[in-house]
Design a protein. Structure first.
Length: 433
């Protein structure tokens, strides 16, 4: 929490940059220059790679964003105020621009990969196994049979790590070790199959087998988690909490999707969602917003209510903003990352994958979320991974992992026919009083 406390102390200084951004953005009407946006993207990432996260650097970055918008003549899709894009209410449009988390390097764009890295485990060997398989995608992106043959080098390193599986097993709870040993045996067979596909230059088969093997790695990593990593603050004991993960099957009139919700990093947000799924709250609700390349939103019940009214209390169930920041031991509650000066920090669950699932809320109330949620329809030009205004301001709690292209088909007026928990329901902890 030391970084968080320091960030809070710096808030008054950083507020100067926010005021400059807000004053400048008041003159902005439309569209941001792509070229200038790329310059700012490079500047922010370069500063972060150098470790220049001092107050002065954050002020400079915020001023640069405002200047780029002013010179280009307006706010484009990449920089539009997220409170108007994913808010619960249709209020007056805001033109405020704020700088959010800008991860260094290439952002991870796959929901399954993000979920693997978000698990609360610390074992270098299993992460190296994972990376060797993930790196195959970079090898295959280059055309030519030589590049396909280069996959063998990834496999050589992968099989060498497999022979050291005991270095992974030492971090697996005793009760789970037989399952993990069986999964390692599966990976040994899969690696041989993958090498055969490489010899045949069968790219499609390589992609499919790689994906299957990464799913096995993910299962191993999930079996390595020993306990829930932190205590949720007592003030949220009155809300459902997910102490682990759950898989949801969501059936719409345009197709069926699977999403994984992550209670390790957003226990209150994910717990609320799973509880509402268990109550069949979402069954029959319409899609209320669908924007090409950006968001699909749902969860607004019929009538005047904009969220879930708890039948036991007759009151609107409000969920606090909940964001786990990289390097912190527990989530940030009730405040955006900008509120505490974390302009260049990375959330553990970022808005960098197509099918990111997050809570919608009123733009002016970080703690006003209830039942409405949205899917991010990531598109690299309009919402660049690692360069958006959603990270740190809205609570991500999961990712679509199967059949995510259903999102492209959903329009306003389409329906969620049903949502069911198909795995992980035992991880839901309901309030005792």
């Amino acid at each position: 929490m030391a970084r968080l406390n320091m960030a809070i102390r710096q808030r008054n200084v950083i507020a100067v940059s926010e005021n400059l951004v807000t004053l400048t953005s008041a003159t902005i009407v439309s569209g941001i220059s792509k070229a200038f946006s790329n310059v700012i993207h490079y500047l922010a990432q370069h500063l972060h790679r150098l470790g220049r996260t001092t107050t002065v650097m954050r002020v400079m970055a915020a001023m640069a964003i405002a200047m780029s918008a002013l010179l280009s003549g307006g706010v484009g899709n990449a920089w539009a105020s997220d409170s108007t894009l994913v808010s619960v209410e249709n209020g007056t449009q805001s033109t405020e621009i704020q700088l959010s988390a800008l991860p260094p390097g290439n952002a991870i764009k796959d929901g399954k990969a993000l979920l693997r890295y978000a698990l609360p485990i610390d074992n270098k060997n299993v992460r190296r196994l994972q990376r060797e398989l993930e790196d195959i995608s970079e090898t295959l992106r280059v055309q030519g049979s030589r590049r396909v043959s280069a996959v063998n080098r990834n496999l050589d390193r992968f099989e060498k790590l497999l022979r050291r599986s005991n270095e992974v097993l030492v971090d697996v709870p005793v009760a789970n070790q037989p399952k993990v040993e069986a999964l390692f045996a599966t990976l040994t067979t899969d690696a041989a199959d993958l090498r055969a596909y490489v010899d045949e230059r069968d790219k499609e088969a390589i992609w499919i087998k790689r994906s299957e093997m990464l799913d096995v790695i993910g299962e191993i990593e999930s079996l390595m988690v020993k306990e829930f990593p932190f205590e949720v603050p007592e003030e949220y004991d009155n809300l459902p909490q997910l102490k682990g993960r759950a898989t949801i099957e969501m059936v719409t009139n345009k197709g069926t999707m699977e999403l994984v919700v992550d209670g390790y990093n957003a226990p209150v947000t994910a717990g609320n969602f799973v509880d509402l799924v268990q109550r069949e709250f979402y069954d029959g609700l319409e899609i209320t917003r669908a924007e090409d390349f950006y968001v699909v939103q749902a969860g607004d019940p019929p009538g005047s209510d904009v969220g879930f009214i708890d039948p036991d209390t007759g009151e609107y169930r409000a969920i606090p903003l909940e964001i786990m920041v990289q390097g912190e031991k527990e989530p940030l509650y009730g405040l955006t990352m900008e509120d505490v000066g974390m302009y260049l920090e990375d959330p553990v669950l970022p808005f960098s994958a197509y099918g990111t699932v997050a809570m919608a809320r009123p733009g002016n109330d970080p703690n006003g979320a209830s039942s409405q949620f949205f899917f991010l329809k990531f598109e690299s030009e309009l919402t660049p991974a690692g360069l958006n205004l959603l990270d740190g301001r809205y609570a991500v709690f999961g990712y679509v992992v199967e059949n995510k292209r259903v999102l492209d088909e959903l329009k306003v007026g389409d329906r969620i026919e049903s949502a069911r928990v198909i795995d992980g329901q035992d991880n839901l902890v309901l309030p005792t009083a």
